[in-house]
Structure formats: C-alpha cells, structure tokens
Write a protein that binds this ligand. Structure first.
Ligand code: TRP
Length: 362
C-alpha cells in the first residue's frame, strides 16, 4: 500500500490532546491553546480527547468523565478550534491507538517508562503512592500511540508534556530502526525519507510555559484551586485577579516587577508600551496602586475571554451537547482514515500484514 503524503500540499500534520478533567483555564490558553489556533490556520490538525486516559485515575467515575469530555469540546470550540478545518477526535473510538499502544509497549523498557519525570510528578502531586493502577503508567505509552498514529510533524503542548513527547520520539526512532531498517545515526528530520513509518515529531511549547496561579505561588492548576477558567464570568475574573499576591506585600523589595501580578501584566496586556510603562512606574515606586493594575489586568483578560464566552453560550443552549457529539463523530471518522492507514503501515513493517481490514461506520 502506498501511503498518502503525511499531509496535503505544504501543510504539516499536527496532533495534540487533552485529558478531560474539567474546564480549561488561562494556563492552558498561554501554554498550548494559542499555539493550536495559530497552527490550525496552515496545517492539518487533530485534537484528541484523551478520554481513555481519564479512566487511569478515575475509573469509578464514568459519568463525570463523559461530562468532562463534552465540556472540553465546548471549551475548544469556544476558543476557536474550527471543526471544518480540524478534527476533534475521540480516543476511545480510534482502535488503532489501542493496538499501537501494545506494539509500542514492547519497544520501551519498563524502567524507562517508570522513570518518565511527568509520570513521577503526577504520582506525587495526585498522591497516588503505590496504589495506582497498571493502566496509569501505561497511559504514557498510550500517548506515544496517540501521537504517532497521526504521523505528525508537530505536537503543541504545555511544558509538563515535554517528557512524554521525548518518550514518543524515542519510540518512533526505535520502531523505524528495528522494523524499517533506518540507520540509528540518521538525523531526526530524515527518518521518513530513510524509509521509516514514523516521523520524529517535535514539541511546540507555548509562549508562557508555566503561568502562575492567582495564589501567586504555584503553577495554575485545577487541583490547586488557583485557576482562572476560560468560562469564568467577568466578575469571577476580577475577583480572582484581586487576590493575586504582589511584591508590595514583601517589605524588602517594594518595586520588584518579578511578582505574580506582573507575570499577568506581561501575559495578558497586549500593548507592549503600556506594559513597559507599568513596569517602569511600579519599579520607580510611582503612585500606581496594585488595585489599579489589577483592574487593568482583569480588563485585559475579560477582553480576551469575551468572544470565547460568546461562542460557548451557543453550545450551552438546548441541543448543544448533540451538536458537540456531531463534531466528535465527524472528526473521529476522518481521523480513523489516517489512523487505520498508519496502523497498516506499521503492521506491514512488523510482518503482521496477513490481510487488510476495514472499519465499518455505524
Ligand atoms: N497527557 C495529556 C494531558 O494530560 C493529554 C494527551 C493525551 C496528549 N494524549 C496526548 C497531549 C497526545 C499531546 C499529545 O494534558
């Protein structure tokens, strides 16, 4: 079978995903969503709902996982992910992912998976101790399959996912070397040309790798209760911004702009001159109160969120969930065409091409 080119024309393939665990927040926006929207303009994008991964830690909450899956699609569509251009893909309806996961699991030493720093951090931060399921570390192998089944050039992700992408790159190299005869000295960019099934995909981290939460201490995250959500109301945004801890509360460094509030100033106020002016005035100890800056920051965030709120409202009307499911169905069907092709290429390389199969659409 002759493979289709990785993507039509000059467009590259792009894959990324989210585990449905709740609504998206500003950390997701600056870490990854902005990049996705930019990439969507010129490329063939697949946005994966990693709903199977949600079961690795919440297997007893299927209703919640289902609701979170629908919610996250609403967030994506509200942000501007365009289902006409890009595919919204439901992981549990792409069987090729589960199959590739098995094959890839054989290419990764068990201890290599367990040394994955993102998994280790998660085990700690979620307090999993030694009680996690077998499926929990397995998700990191699954994520290699999520990505490689689309043979993408780029994977736009937050900084916390870079360790997973690195493991995925290792799997791709190993597969291509073992089953496609690619020389182990080949440059990453030459693997497909050298006969490999899989390209070595590149992570693309957003402009702000880790946005601090409004507690001013730790990275913005749902579980730490310090997140400003894309679906928060203007009032909620102002209230949360008002809570941001600033350097002025520390008597030793009154005008230091390396504080949480100024991280938000730099992240969300678009006018660069205004940002410099605020920094200068603040550093010089001029009469510019935290309260005023907080109002400006909340204003900028609300300006960013207004069109997102508006688009979200459309999907919150009756029938919104059905519209979301239609988007998922169509995106997943298109994704399966690519995924099945990749799986077949991988099986050919592995001498598993006994006979082809076709998925039927129900
Ligand atoms: N692990 C990612 C997260 O928790 C979600 C994810 C699953 C993903 N598969 C992926 C991200 C593939 C990028 C590529 O956010």
């Amino acid at each position: 079978m002759t493979p289709h080119p990785p993507a039509a024309g000059d467009r590259s393939r792009v894959l990324t995903g989210d585990t449905p665990t709740g609504r998206l927040h500003l950390g997701h926006w600056v870490g990854s969503i902005e990049n996705r929207l930019a990439l969507q303009e010129e490329n063939e994008c697949y946005f994966l709902l990693a709903n199977m991964h949600a079961f690795t830690t919440r297997s007893e909450s299927p209703e919640e996982i289902r609701a979170d899956t629908i919610e996250i699609v609403k967030d994506w569509l509200a942000c501007g992910i365009d289902p006409k251009r890009s595919c919204v893909v439901l992981q549990t309806e792409v069987p090729a992912i589960a199959e590739l996961t098995w094959y890839f699991a054989m290419l990764l030493p068990f201890n290599r998976v367990m040394r994955n720093p993102t998994l280790k951090t998660e085990i700690e931060s979620k307090g999993l101790g030694d009680k996690y399921s077998f499926g929990f570390p397995m998700y990191a192998v699954g994520q290699c399959a999520d990505i490689l089944v689309f043979r993408p050039a780029y994977v736009p992700v937050g900084e916390d996912q870079v360790a997973h992408i690195e493991m995925c790159r290792e799997v791709a190299r190993r597969f291509d070397q073992i089953y496609c005869g690619v020389d182990s000295h080949a440059e990453d960019g030459d693997y497909v040309e050298a006969g490999g099934v899989f390209p070595i995909p590149e992570a693309k981290v957003g402009r702000i790798a880790r946005l601090v939460g409004y507690d001013g201490k730790q990275k913005m995250s749902k579980s730490l209760g310090n997140a400003i959500y894309l679906s928060d109301t203007p009032k909620q945004v102002q209230k949360k911004v008002n809570k941001i801890f600033t350097g002025r509360q520390s008597p030793t460094e009154p005008g230091d702009t390396f504080n949480a509030l100024f991280e938000y100033v730099r992240a969300f106020i678009c006018d660069a001159d205004r940002v410099s002016e605020l920094e200068r005035k603040y550093a010089a100890g001029e009469d510019i109160g935290d309260g005023h800056i907080k109002q400006e920051v909340a204003g900028a965030i609300n300006e960013l969120l207004d069109p997102i709120r508006e688009r979200r409202a459309d999907y919150e009307k009756p029938g919104g969930d059905d519209a979301v499911i239609d988007v998922i169905r169509e995106g997943t069907a298109r994704a399966n065409a690519v995924a099945e092709e990749t799986l077949w290429l991988a099986k050919e390389a592995m001498k598993l091409d006994f006979f082809p199969r076709k998925l039927t659409e129900g």
